[in-house]
Design a protein around this ligand. Structure first.
Ligand SMILES: Nc1nc2c(ncn2[C@@H]2O[C@H](COP(=O)(O)OP(=O)(O)OP(=O)(O)O)[C@@H](O)[C@H]2O)c(=O)[nH]1
Ligand SMILES: [Mg+2]
Ligand SMILES: [Zn+2]
Length: 393
């Protein structure tokens, strides 16, 4: 593969007005081709050859390269943990950076990489260069103000949805939102009911609304913590009861986390940090800073960071990815994330039924027959509205 030496320098400039010129002056087309080929030659001299495999990634040199996982990114420096638990500060080889930019990707937290050891050139400091990034199994991304997508975590496989049964009160709609995010991100959700040492509060639903020209009703309701626990469990999700302070349910939680890369989610104050610290004291404090001189003191708060678990696996606790936006979800995709809707959808009269107030809607019929919970249904309607609002942003 031929790769530019410099990133983004020369966007191949095709004459935008080719077609119009072709129509007005056919003879000039030959000349146009000529000048193009001359320019292409100039480009060649600024490219180099990289041997790539079928994934368009540099061929692995196992004798010289080691495997690692990117646990933090600070500017151009990646903190990489090797398989023996060593920490490395790595830059990314320039041709790889160019390859990745071509693929609209860059190295991010969670990436599994191959890197070369450059410690000899740095007085024995564990410094390396990332030579290759393995294909990702999953990617969580956020959208910036200019609507460009940025990968924040690669290769996570679980989403731990932490809630508390009191202080703060459980928000079932928020749990539903995280469940949608998990389904969209291809992550296995695990729901944790934390603070089970406290007196459970009765949960009042945030009003879900069905608003349309024909119908305007608001759904309000309340449920006990036990009802909600059962509701989520009946939907097939793994649900745990824990207490970080009283050390209840921690073995079960540890079992769920072992060997996985788990993203933590849940509103502030539910006990995410407390749970992680109860499993592995001091874990959050043990996170080291990148030591490279050039990058000292640089922090990018939106970046995630992996915390390695003694018993195997990783957790990611990053404020920036806790509110999964729904901007990339289409109404037709949302219904598929409500697993209990799925068997009914094909019986809806209209193919493109959004299950709001359409005639012959099998989902609404299932709600009326008590086969789908009203709470979940109104939560779905509320999410449809939230999505529409986020897409207008
Ligand atoms: N009673 C009780 N309190 C808890 C439990 N877990 C956490 N807390 C308390 O809840 C408060 C918030 O806990 P954190 O672990 O900081 O919550 P967090 O989810 O990490 O919050 P953010 O980092 O702000 O998102 C602290 O005062 C904890 O002591 C629990 O199981 N039972
Ligand atoms: Mg915290
Ligand atoms: Zn329908």
């Amino acid at each position: 593969m031929r790769v530019d030496f410099r990133q983004n320098r020369q966007q191949r400039r095709r004459s935008a007005d080719w077609t119009s010129r072709y129509q007005t002056d056919q003879d000039n087309l030959v000349d146009e081709r000529l000048t193009e080929s001359v320019r292409a030659k100039g480009e060649l001299s600024r490219k180099r050859t990289v041997i790539v495999d079928e994934d368009a990634a540099p061929v692995i040199d196992k004798t010289l390269w080691q495997r690692g996982v990117v646990i933090a990114v600070h500017g151009l420096v990646c903190r990489v943990d090797d398989e023996a638990g060593g920490h490395w500060d790595c830059t990314v080889r320039r041709v790889l950076r160019t390859l990745l930019i071509d693929q609209r990707a860059s190295v991010t937290v969670g990436d599994r990489v191959w890197f070369s050891d450059h410690s000899k050139m740095h007085d024995g400091e564990t410094v390396g260069v990332i030579e290759r990034v393995d294909e990702r199994t999953t990617v969580l991304s956020r959208r910036d103000r200019r609507k460009r997508e940025h990968a924040i975590v690669a290769n996570a496989d679980q989403l731990l949805i932490v809630t508390s049964i009191a202080q703060p009160a459980l928000k079932p709609h928020l749990v539903d939102r995280y469940l949608v995010a998990a389904a969209r991100g291809d992550l296995r959700p695990v729901i944790c009911f934390n603070k089970c040492d406290l007196e459970p509060e009765v949960v009042e639903f945030e009003p879900g609304r069905a608003s349309s020209a024909e119908r305007e009703d608001e759904h309000r309701g309340a449920a006990s913590i036990d009802d909600l626990f059962e509701e989520f469990r009946a939907l097939g999700y793994t649900c745990l009861r824990t207490s970080a302070t009283e050390r209840i349910g921690l073995d079960e939680l540890r079992r769920e986390l072992t060997g996985h890369m788990t993203v933590l989610s849940g509103q502030s104050g539910v006990g995410k940090s407390s749970l992680i610290n109860a499993l592995q004291p001091g874990l959050e404090l043990k996170v080291e800073e990148v030591s490279s001189d050039t990058e000292k003191g640089r922090h990018v708060t939106s970046h995630a960071r992996l915390l390695g678990l003694d018993f195997g696996g990783w957790v990611v606790d990053t404020p920036g990815i806790r509110q999964f936006d729904l901007w990339s979800v289409e109404p037709g995709e949302l219904e598929a994330c409500f697993t209990e809707f799925v068997p009914h959808i094909r019986n809806c009269h209209f193919n493109d039924c959004h299950h709001r107030q359409e005639k012959g809607c099998a989902v609404i019929a299932a709600v009326e027959a008590g086969r789908i919970s009203e709470r979940r249904y109104y939560s779905y309607l509320k999410m449809l509205e939230e999505m529409a609002r986020e897409q207008r942003k």
